[in-house]
Design a protein around this ligand. Sequence first.
Ligand code: LLP
Length: 413
Amino acid sequence: MNHFTYRKRVLHAEEVPLSAIADAVGTPVYVYSTATLRRHFRVVTEAFGSHPHLVCYAVKANSTLAVLKLLADEGSGFDIVSGGELARVKAAGGKPGKVVFAGVGKTADEMAQALDAGILFFNVESPEELELLDAVARSKGKRAPFAIRVNPNVDAGTHRHISTGLKTSKFGVPFEEAMALYTRARKMKGLEAVGVDCHIGSQITRTAPFKAALSKVGGLYKELKAKGHALRYLDIGGGLGITYTSETPPSPEEYARAALSAVGDTGATLIFEPGRVLVGNAGLLVTRVLFRKKTPARHFVVVDAGMNDLMRPALYDAHHGLQPLVQRRGQEVEVDVVGPVCESTDVLARQRKVVLPKQGELYALMSAGAYGMSMASTYNSRPRPAEVLVDGDAWRVVRERESVEDLWRGERP
Ligand code: LLP
């Protein structure tokens, strides 16, 4: 459910016609809906009912300060993967005590920053990382709260580029080795085991892979408790999918029911790390048609957004809905919507049936709130888009369009 709807053939974000934003701010521009973000957060957190839990929004999905602040104000915690993301959470007013820190390559500096900030716990992904965390914590006279991210070797049934829970994946510690690692960690004075963690992938559209992974991890949690480890948290990762086209992912309620059926009896506080499901359908990318170009094989529509602005189609063959900002009647044709970037993969929407666009017309690439702006680059020396947050009939620029000068800041010709 989102708040991007047509009214009298004009696409609106809540009460605001998107073309008004495009005309004022220029294109390409990312637009987010406050009502959608709030609703998604509330539905997700309420899905777990009275079971002790904390939603830790996965910052990587959309790390824009205004989005983080909105979620922090709703009471969200945060799942981070770098010192940069920790700094963003703090700058947005997020509580470090509600932050969990994952990632296979944390540096000693990043560990120190997180310890100083007082995060909830580290999700440790290898024995060597555990040793470094112990050393960093001891050098500060602290004990680092940690969970081990276990790799349960479960196929998430999603795109191979966003699967993380298979044994061939770089993520986590093999399930079979986790117990021994907790035992070793007991002797390390700079560490305090507080939980178990897993995350098996992203854009998962069935409950079965979650259940399979969580049953294993829940079993490990109980075994560890039985051996006297004073654990309190079971981090069940993120990964709940959304509808881009015809996917029918479980609702947050169905997801939570499945999770609770697998690990509800552990007595643990559940940490859930959703990214996409909170922000994906709360944002879109508005772009303007530059040219039409007909070749013997194709009908191309060249727009002013490119793969540098929205990388998902080029990287994962991802599908984003294509909607005109103003609907118009006419003959439909099949078009490829392409960007200006000098790469053949710069195709934002392939073989779509639309009323033939005119030069200057505006289109929205839908469901672009997650892994859109946060993955944007400046390839081809293209400044990154502006971002706008709509709230009812009001809207504001929450990130200015990058300037060309921004692109060469720090360079020395
Ligand atoms: N927790 C951990 C440890 C993760 O690695 C991720 C995502 C999440 C939570 C959030 O997953 P979500 O709820 O958003 O599925 N760039 C790709 C997605 C990469 C996901 C990486 N990890 C895409 O555009 O589809």
